[in-house]
Design a protein around this ligand. Structure first.
Ligand code: NDP
Ligand code: HEM
Length: 476
């Protein structure tokens, strides 16, 4: 026999086809609570979409550590042979939820590792750098990527106006406009933690680290023209590709690698190693193999496990720490703030966000709090009733910051915004350069000449050939 349907209060429902009306033709009676409940619930089916990275796809998987890097970190999740369950959410940045997948944009690469020491979230992108180096500029930058307040259209003018006035964006703009700005699928991108983080070992020594996930499917990209054709037929091309490949058992994999810089090396480094617009050159800071990441399970419910998934760079575990990177510092605040607004105060109680370890906090109450804590009389701290306490064993090594003056330092002053994009430009083949020029010219459609010329002068500072190539592609 089939199970009987109920209201959310568990009361059996006798009819789910016909509302209660006074007479066959209506009107409808107020007492039809099942009708009211159904309509009221539907009105609450959506939560605010993410303010950025709204359109995305995710899958569960595992991280397996194959190498011994214990001299750098004591983090359990990074010890040899450790296997950790994870959720990886890919996304585009600018498009709203439901936007087409095959758009030229940076791809998000957000990881949540459910470790034995609580959640470690590494919320990165498919690029090792970013458009800005000071979070103060993030809302302005994102406004240029979203819609114009009057036309409700995306604006090439706003994007290039901001970029041409922000030379620190050149590195990321060059990556975005290169063939890698339009990946074939989420399976064909690298992931980068992007920021510099710390690793801390058993002796409480700190090393600076960059995290890399290199696709084992190989980098594959599509052209603007191919993207147009794909979007015309399939707006969810990347969601489909990821879901179907995992359903078919064709599990995508990434090689997990790190770069290490000692604290002494950081002091002597010719550039600021905490500047998010810079990479650490491989020749100076070689890649070190750590392990392998595999995606092997699709979420059962997209809303519960992907839309409500809440990633935050603030989630770190003992043995992994932050760095002075100004962007990272701001993100530590911004994400949990976004989650409390977007999902709710107790977003971390949801199964997808919940760590596998017990949570022992003194936070109390709040909307939708359902947890029954066994704290009894110990509902504040310090207390005499055996409540959980701090443990100094987890204290990080002190970060030396001496003789510092607090002020708004000009991050553009004396900063070399050109050498690293030049290194990238130089490693592109002639064919890749032609694609770069064409992609930029198309992305500049409708932009006033004054803004184009300002941007061309920035390209010239990377290489005169860069400027001339774009100029030619623009036909000016
Ligand atoms: P290397 O020659 O050692 O490395 C070049 C890197 O560039 C490779 O990782 C390659 O990725 C990647 N790459 C190639 N084409 C593109 C592209 N269109 N967009 C983004 N990345 C690309 O040189 P360096 O380490 O000295 O770096 C030179 C430049 O390479 C940097 O200025 C930066 O722009 C770029 N880069 C550097 C990275 C780093 O961590 N050092 C990481 C990624 C890019 P792959 O091996 O997967 O093909
Ligand atoms: C999402 C803020 C820079 C990667 C978000 C969200 C906010 C945000 C508020 C939405 C979170 C949510 O509602 O769940 C910021 C701020 C930044 C910044 C203030 C700069 C200071 C970056 C950088 C990266 C990045 C540098 C990558 C290196 C992502 C990703 C997501 C995201 C991948 C989507 C996470 C997911 O899949 O749920 N960001 N961001 N962001 N951001 Fe950032």
């Amino acid at each position: 026999m089939k199970k009987t349907m109920t209201t959310t209060a568990g009361n059996p429902i006798s009819d789910n086809q016909n509302s209660i009306t006074a007479g066959e033709r209506g009107p409808v009676l107020m007492q039809d609570y099942q009708l009211i409940e159904k309509l009221a619930h539907q009105n609450r089916e959506r939560i605010p979409e993410r303010v950025v990275h709204a359109n995305g796809s995710a899958a569960y998987g595992k991280l397996v550590i194959t190498e011994d890097i214990s001299k750098y970190t004591k983090a359990k999740v990074l010890q040899k042979s450790e296997e950790t369950k994870l959720l990886l959410r890919f996304s585009t940045v600018a498009g709203e939820r439901g936007a087409a997948d095959a758009e030229r944009d940076v791809r998000g690469f957000a990881l949540k590792f459910y470790t034995k020491e609580g959640n470690w979230d590494l919320v990165g992108n498919n690029t090792p750098v970013f458009f800005i180096r000071d979070a103060y500029k993030f809302p302005d930058f994102i406004h240029t990527q979203k819609r114009h307040p009057q036309t409700n259209l995306r604006s090439n003018t706003a994007a290039w106006d901001f970029w041409s006035l922000s030379p620190e964006s050149l590195h990321q703009v060059t990556i975005l406009m290169s063939n890698r700005g339009l990946p074939k699928s989420y399976r064909h991108i690298n992931g980068y933690g992007s920021h510099t983080y710390s690793l801390i070992n058993e002796k409480n020594e700190r090393f600076w680290v960059k995290f890399h996930f290199k696709t084992m499917q190989g980098i594959e990209t599509i052209t603007d023209k191919q993207a147009e054709e794909i979007v015309g037929k399939d707006r969810e091309s990347n969601q489909r590709d990821l879901f179907e490949n995992i359903e078919q058992g064709n599990y995508p994999k990434w090689s997990f690698e790190i770069q290490i810089m000692t604290e002494e090396e950081a002091l002597a480094c010719s550039f600021n190693p905490f500047d998010l617009t810079k990479v650490w050159p491989h020749s100076d800071y070689p890649m070190i193999k750590v392990g392998e990441l595999t995606l092997n399970e699709n979420p059962k419910n997209y809303f519960n496990e992907v839309e409500q998934a809440s990633f935050s760079p603030s989630n770190i575990v003992p043995g992994i720490g932050f760095s002075p990177d100004k962007m990272l510092q701001a993100r530590i605040f911004s994400y949990p703030d976004a989650h409390r607004y977007r999902v709710g105060t107790h977003y971390e109680m949801l199964p997808v966000n919940r760590p596998i370890v017990d949570v022992k906090t003194y936070h109390a109450d709040g909307a939708m709090n359902y947890e029954q804590k066994d704290i009894t009389d110990a509902y504040y701290e310090p207390n005499s009733f055996d409540g959980p306490v701090e443990d100094k064993a987890f204290e990080e090594p002190a970060l030396k910051i001496e003789n510092a003056y607090a002020k708004r330092y000009d991050h553009r002053e004396g900063n070399d915004d050109f050498s690293q994009p030049r290194a990238l430009f130089n490693l592109m083949s002639e064919n890749e350069k032609e694609q770069l020029f064409g992609n930029i010219a198309r992305a500049m459609d409708g932009v006033p000449l004054e803004i184009i010329n300002r941007q061309l002068e920035l390209f010239a500072k990377i290489d005169e050939a860069y400027k001339m190539g774009v100029k030619k592609a623009l036909g000016i």
